[in-house]
Every structure is written in C-alpha cells, then in structure tokens.
Design a binder for this molecule. Sequence first.
Ligand code: BG6
Length: 478
Amino acid sequence: MANKPTFPEGFLWGGATAANQCEGAYNEGGRGLANVDVVPIGKDRFPIIAGQMKSFDFDNEHFYPAKGAIDMYHTYRDDIALFAEMGFKTYRLSIAWTRIFPKGDELEPNEEGLAYYEDLFKTCQKYGIEPLVTITHFDCPMYLIEEYGGWRNRKLVDFYERLVTVLFTRYKGLVKYWLTFNEINMILHAPFMGAGLYFEEGENKKQAMYDAIHHELMASAIATRVAHEIDPENKVGCMLAAGSYYPYNCKPEDVFQAQTDNRENYGFIDVQSRGEYPNYLLKQLEREGVVIPFLEGDKEILKEHTVDFISFSYYSSRVSTTDKELLDTTAGNIFASVKNPFLAESEWGWQIDPLGFRITMNELYDRYQKPLFVVENGLGAVDTPDENGYVVDDYRIEYLRQHIDAMNDAINLDGVDVMGYTTWGCIDLVSAGTGEMKKRYGFIYVDRDNEGNGTLKRSKKKSFDWYKKVIATNGADT
Ligand code: BG6
C-alpha cells in the first residue's frame, strides 16, 4: 500500500550479517581460531555460551556450524551483487578479528585478511553500497582467551586499539560507518560470546563480567577517538540489543522492575553516549561489592570520546514483573522474558511487537538525542522452498512490513532521527543463538541444513522483490 510518507532522503536501507555466521573458511587465508568457531549446534552450545567452557578442542561428536557457515568467504561478490539488485544503500557486515590478527596479540597484521576485506569493500563501492562495519560481532581470538582470559584482561584494550588502528588506516575512504561491539549488553547473558569469558569454579562472575565490561567500554571510547583522528569523516556507533521492558501490570513494583530492567541495558549506552557511568549503576555495583577497574585517565577518555550515533537490534519488546515465578516465560534474543499475553510469537517463541519497535525508538531518542541506526530486525522462520529454491515467505514480509511501518511512524509522526535500517540475515545464515540453519531470516535462500548438507546454492524468496520495492519507494510502499 503506497499510503505512507517516505523516509528521509539518503536513508540507508540494507541488510546485515556477521562474519562468523556467514563466512565459513575458518582456517583459510591465515585466519586464527575464535571463540565463535568452537561453539557447536545442540544442547552443549548453551553452557559454553554462558561461560562454562571445559575444553577447546573440536570433537567428532558435535557439528560446528561456523566452520563452514554459508561459505560467503568465497561467494561475497555474487552475494553482494544480489544485495545491489535489491537496491541496498548499505550492507552491515563484521570483520573477523582472527583474519586480521590470527592470535590477537601480534604486532603486525595478516595481509591476506586485510586484502580480503579490502576487496569486499571495493565490491560494495562498485555498487554504491556504503559498508557499515561491526568491528567485533561476538568474536574473540581463542588465543586471547586461553592466554589472557579474554576481555577481563586490560591488555585486550591495547590489542583492540591495534586492531582498529589498522582497520581505520587501511580502509580510510572505503568505510565511514563503524560499530565497536555488537550488542554490548549481551555480555551479561552470553559472556563467552560477548567477551570471551569462561569462569573458574568459585570465581566471582559478576566482578569478572564488570572487568570485561569496563575494558570493552574503554576499548570502544578509544576506538572512537582513533577513528576520528584518522578520518574526521568516520562515524562511530555503539550497538545495543534493544527492546523496551513493559511492566506486566500497573502496580508500582512492576513499573519499578521494568525501569530497573531497562537500566540494565541502558547502562552500557549511557557510558558510550553520555560519557560516564550512571549513578544508578555505580550504586548497584557498590551494593554488590563489584569494583570498576578504573585506571588513571579512564574517566576523561570515556567523557571525551562518546559515540556519534546509537545503533541497536530490535526483535521484540520484553516484560517485567516482581512475580516472575508465577508467570509463563518466553524465549527471545538470548534474554528470556515474561510472556506478554497480548502478543503473537514466532516459531522460536520470540514475541512480535511492531508498536514496541516505535516505543523503543522513541525511548532511545528521548534518552540520547543522537541519530539512531536500526542495524538488526527480522523474523527467524522455517522456509519451505519449491524445486527451484523459491520460498513464498509472506510471514516474513508481514513481519517486516509492520516493523517498517512502525519505524515510519516513529520518524514521520514522532520526529525520531533515524539514519538507516538493516534487516538481520538478509541472506540466510547460521543462527547465533542456536547454531541452526533452519532458523532463516533472509531474502535469499541458501541451500544448507542444520547438519551442513546442501549445495549452498542461493535463490531469491518472494520477500526479495518485496524489499526491492520498499527500497525503491523509500519506504512508502510496503
Ligand atoms: C542478534 C545477533 O542477537 O540476533 C545476531 O546480533 C543474531 O548475531 C540475531 O543472529 C538473531 O538471533 P538468532 O539467535 O536467531 O540468530
């Protein structure tokens, strides 16, 4: 229906992927091993993500989906050509740290890895696609985990600074938009993915997590400083796994619980965007006996190098109550939440709330007053292709239509400043949460199953032409 106002001129429409979920080729081009490679599909995945890793060796009992993923390492030129056919203005991807620094602490980068991304960015440039690069999307070199203990160790801030200095220097003129850490708040729920953390028996987990959190926040501020120094045109964003908490009912205890739960996430962005730890978080950590490992000068660095824009993923709203144990819970983007009785849900139990998207955008904009960039949104669903690989994915179109229309309202009715929108998994890829292939988000079907069988052939789904039309009409015709 062409009954909506258009999006702002120059709005960055596109799609998003992450290196470990699409590239594969885990041991090619001089790449080192990363945390994301050693996480198998199946029930043993979840304790590892939560930080209970016992052994780092691959075994024959498990399937490790990131090793091969959808082989985009070899197919990126053709895949980007398909993105261009849809009219993408931007393509969000992540750098695999271990392609640039295989172990993480080397002094010199791996030229083969740098050349790989250079060609990828030039391919984007050929089509007028602006790359949006996540520097760290849940990946940490295994060597840094084994030798240094992951992000709990301050040395990682230096290694990260070396990484970003190399990236900003080498890709000056090719990349302008950067995100420092994907879903930085995920560290609280999936510390192995978020910060390469695994915990020793009896260790104070909370302290280890806040050590890692402070180091990531410092690394993010330093990266912002370096990005601006190397090229004042660079724009750096933080990245939040967003989705506002609603009180389950209007009793003040639930309202306060929702505020507390929201702050658990906003705390990260408060530091990255406002430049200091908020009082509520300082007080909470003080009560819990957690010490933030400030070094001299840290506070000034945080204050001076705040982000240029706020990026976030949105899949669903969440619900808070003090009576949690009495209520049904629902799955969600790693965070389990109380089930909202007013919402439908996906096949994976993620609840669907387009108005919650508008609410979340308004909250973020009210709070930070900086441009927003929606860098993930979408529906993970089972697709059934015909013999040509064509999928009639009306359910995906419906989900995206409702969310794009809600974003349109946030922009055109509420005046929220939004720079762009990249749907998650624009080409089918491995699920970060479950490791499955059958949980698909794409406009492009990839012939591969949960066990790694399939030709890897790409084919367009119905949503491919639909999204092409949305972009061509700048969001008016959804
Ligand atoms: C976000 C991540 O949490 O959600 C992505 O940034 C992830 O990496 C996406 O893939 C969807 O989650 P899932 O578990 O369905 O892959």
